[in-house]
Design a protein around this ligand. Structure first.
Ligand SMILES: Nc1ncnc2c1ncn2[C@@H]1O[C@H](COP(=O)(O)OP(=O)(O)O)[C@@H](O)[C@H]1O
Ligand SMILES: [Mg+2]
Length: 334
């Protein structure tokens, strides 16, 4: 199958920072690649290079078979992009913004109206459709930007952290739209900080860290590397931490991690729910009182620990909390 997105040895530096440090990417036509990585990993830089917004220092890339460096205009005609470079016009209403995009892509005005209505509905913007975009909250703008990127289905689509800042309901709405898009044959590269999201949407995942791809595979492959599910226990007494640690190390399938101040211990648990029951029994037998215990799916952090020996954000500046955007969004909530 031909690659709809292809990149080889991409390097991009900003001063001392090697934002891309030799990135290779290949996305077969009609499939979805999830570029998974923490803040500052180089995801946006990769998207900007592939969408012709930024020239790499070295390496080369093709999108839809067209070289991004030599024919950027042609590339732009084959792609859709949503992310931090929103094309939303503040002085138009939500509806007008979407209709304008439709007309730019030469839909008839009837089709442009219909598509705009459909997307406003899906992203819960119908009530705000006739207000100017400058009155929108952060979360609403985010949704309008996504809707704008989805007015037409380009052969190749890039979405940079599409669900960051969306509440669960709108996240589900977006996932559904993405699934339709892909079913229609669009090739998609999306970036995310959430393993769960890459898991849900992507055929294959490339994990990026410090400008490099440090692992590739399906989400099942990545998860099994990190030991699959994780058992998390919060013990009641600080003094019980060593005993609990011993029990988890014995029963679990990998290294235990401890967050001292919350008294939370976790361990990879390939055995899933069965192991959970065993842990409860053993801790009870040792007289360890438990405040909370549960089984959770592995996160980006777990994958990082298994790949690099450290968490995703270790040694990084604290993540910008873009995910809080939607909390300021009164409009989108009932
Ligand atoms: N225009 C820029 N000028 C200087 N540094 C940049 C610029 N864009 C990105 N960087 C740096 O490059 C690295 C990768 O950034 P980015 O691609 O935005 O990461 P991500 O999207 O994964 O969070 C970070 O260290 C970031 O600070
Ligand atoms: Mg980014």
């Amino acid at each position: 199958m031909p690659a709809a997105i292809y990149a080889e040895g991409l390097v991009k530096t900003f001063g001392d920072v090697r934002a891309l440090d030799g990135v290779d990417i290949e996305v077969p036509e009609g499939s979805v690649l999830g570029l998974l990585g923490p803040n500052g990993a180089g995801k946006t830089t990769a998207v900007r290079v592939l969408t012709t917004l930024l020239r790499p220092d070295s390496g080369r890339a093709e999108v839809a078979g067209i070289d991004v460096a030599t024919h950027p205009q042609l590339v732009r005609r084959s792609i859709g992009l949503s992310g931090q470079f929103a094309a939303v016009d503040d002085y138009l209403t939500g509806r007008e913004n979407l209709q304008m995009v439709g007309q730019l892509y030469q839909l008839t005005s009837r089709d442009a109206r219909r598509r705009a209505d459909e997307l406003l509905e899906r992203f819960n913007l119908s009530d705000a459709a006739d207000r100017t975009a400058k009155t929108y909250s952060g979360g609403m703008r985010r949704r309008l930007d996504l809707a704008a990127a989805l007015v037409v289905s380009p052969p190749v689509m890039f979405m940079d952290e599409p669900t960051t800042g969306l509440d669960p309901r709108n996240r589900m709405a977006l996932w559904a739209v993405i699934e339709e898009l892909v079913a229609g044959g669009t090739t998609l590269l999306l970036t995310t900080q959430y393993l769960e999201e890459a898991d849900h949407l992507a055929d294959t995942i490339a994990v990026v860290d410090h400008g490099r791809v440090i692992a590739r595979g399906t989400s099942d492959e990545l998860k099994s590397r990190s030991g699959g599910d994780v058992v998390e226990v919060v013990v009641h007494e600080r003094e019980h931490i060593p005993v609990a640690e011993r029990v988890l190390r014995r029963l679990g399938d990998g290294d235990t991690t401890l967050v001292e101040h919350t008294r939370k211990l976790s361990v990879p648990a390939a055995g899933g729910a069965k192991l959970l029951a065993e842990v409860i029994r053993e801790l009870d037998g040792e007289g360890v009182e438990i405040d909370d215990i549960g089984l959770r799916r592995p996160t980006l952090d777990d994958v990082f620990i298994s790949l690099t020996g450290h968490g995703a954000e270790d040694g990084e500046e604290p993540a910008a909390k873009a995910a809080d955007v939607e909390t300021a969004d009164k409009e989108g909530k009932k």
